[in-house]
Design a protein around this ligand. Structure first.
Ligand SMILES: Cc1cc2nc3c(=O)[nH]c(=O)nc-3n(C[C@H](O)[C@H](O)[C@H](O)COP(=O)(O)OP(=O)(O)OC[C@H]3O[C@@H](n4cnc5c(N)ncnc54)[C@H](O)[C@@H]3O)c2cc1C
Length: 406
């Protein structure tokens, strides 16, 4: 029987397993490796970081969706893949042999080498980091009662991309709760978001991007654009204005919670595996394999896939990760059964919706723009669809977002 080893139980990895279990019963032995025994919905990490949702609401046990007759789960850290020998090297576990390997280890925080960013700011790339952010904020609010230091009430988000904007909205929703803890009024909790770009949210048209920005401003989030971060010191962000003249001293914002959301790169295990990569991403072949390694599929946030005639790869999203997993399961099934392989991978985005707190959102789907409450309902439906695709009705009913009426 052929051996498929799937690395990572995020959107890409878990979906591959779910589909292989349906398509290759009795024909493939699957081993799934993850360092956690739970799957998490990475698209909801900001809700955990803000404390608006507990981690249990965005996670479920991986074994819930595994068929033990076909799939074995190994809890271990993947160190690297040796594609020449068809081996996966794990920390503290015997190496795994494979016929097909699906590499889906997701993303890590990217500091772009900015001094002090790793040491003095909080990343938000997995559940533990999101929980650590929430615990940190709570501690600052409680500390304020003793210190009366206004910096305890200040939260700074570095990076106003999709993730930073969603986080800012979630934090604004949580303000009333934080204020109670600190014994202050909600308007005393300051939220700053800082970014190098002039025009934020480039994935949306101008009207929608403006709408999103105005929404945040209404929620009293201070947006600083064209600010090139130079260094993070404990409690201080130092930046240069894009239009500053030579010799202008650096600007600074101070606050005792600094969160880092400037961007992500693919898993460092990609480089450890000596694959040709850029920022942890491999430029895939038409079958979503690594160049010259037809048995090694690279999917989700470790993959760069070019649109036809495109200049830049598709943005890495949960949506494309799920779509890649579907394709890979089809491709492996065809190879195992000896039928013809599907044609080159193609992708069509279903649209993008960004939430700004629990009841507001904006985005586009099917050529239409959506704003406000209807967009927020749509966002929750998108989350529910992804849960359904991975965990079926069981996880949908247990963890789905049905708080649609406000
Ligand atoms: C706050 C936030 C909001 C987002 N919102 C959206 C959105 O609205 N829509 C959208 O489409 N996308 C969104 N994204 C992007 C989306 O979450 C990612 O593109 C998606 O998670 C990538 O899926 P993946 O399967 O490649 O990786 P992941 O979902 O990150 O899964 C990787 C898995 O690998 C495991 N793992 C990692 N390294 C190792 C190792 N060395 N050994 C063992 N296991 C390991 C992890 O535990 C994890 O289970 C958002 C991201 C964030 C952070």
């Amino acid at each position: 029987m052929k051996k498929a080893v799937v690395l990572g139980a995020g959107y890409a990895g878990l979906k591959t397993v779910v589909e292989l279990q349906k398509k290759c019963r009795g024909q493939v032995e699957i081993t799934l490796v993850d360092e956690n025994d739970y799957h998490y919905e990475a698209t909801d990490l900001h809700e955990v970081a803000s404390g608006n949702l507990p981690a249990s609401k965005i996670t479920f046990p991986i074994t819930d969706v595994l068929d033990p007759r076909m799939t074995t789960l190994i809890l271990a850290h993947v160190a690297r893949v040796d594609e020449e020998k068809h081996l996966v090297i794990l920390d503290g576990h015997a190496p795994l042999e494979y016929d097909y390997c699906v590499f889906a280890l997701g993303f890590v925080s990217e500091t772009f080498g900015i001094k002090g960013a790793a040491e003095n700011s909080l990343p938000m790339t997995d559940v533990k980091e999101a929980e650590a952010i929430h615990e940190h904020i709570i501690k600052q609010m409680e500390d304020y009662r003793q210190t009366k230091d206004e910096n305890d009430l200040r939260i700074i988000i570095c990076g106003a991309g999709f993730t930073g904007i969603e986080l800012a909205g979630a934090l604004a929703d949580a303000r009333v709760r934080y204020a109670k803890l600190a014994g202050v009024t909600p308007d005393q909790i300051k939220i700053d978001i800082i970014d190098a770009s002039k025009r934020l949210l480039p994935m949306f048209n101008d009207k929608l991007a403006d709408y999103g920005i105005k929404l945040l401003e209404k929620l009293d989030v201070n947006i600083i654009t064209e600010a090139l971060i130079q260094e993070i010191q404990p409690g201080v962000v130092l930046y240069k204005g894009a239009n500053d003249e030579e010799g202008t001293p650096l600007h600074k914002i101070v606050g005792n919670t600094i969160i880092w959301t400037t961007g992500v790169s693919g898993s460092p295990v990609v480089a450890e595996s000596h694959l040709q990569e850029r920022r942890g991403r491999v430029m895939d072949t038409a079958h979503l394999t690594a160049p010259d390694h037809d048995n090694l599929y690279m999917i989700g946030d470790v993959a760069a896939v070019m649109p036809p005639d495109g200049k830049r790869p598709y943005p890495t999203t949960a949506q494309i990760a799920l779509s890649m997993a579907n394709y890979v399961a089809k491709d492996i099934a065809a190879r195992v059964k000896g039928t013809s392989r599907p044609g080159a991978y193609t992708y069509k985005s279903l649209g993008t919706v960004a939430s700004v707190g629990n009841t507001r959102a904006f985005g586009e789907a099917g050529g239409h723009s959506f704003k406000g409450y209807p967009a927020s309902v749509m966002k929750k439906m998108i989350m529910n669809k992804s849960l359904m695709e991975l965990g079926g009705f069981r996880e949908l009913f247990a963890k789905g977002r049905f708080d649609l009426y406000h």
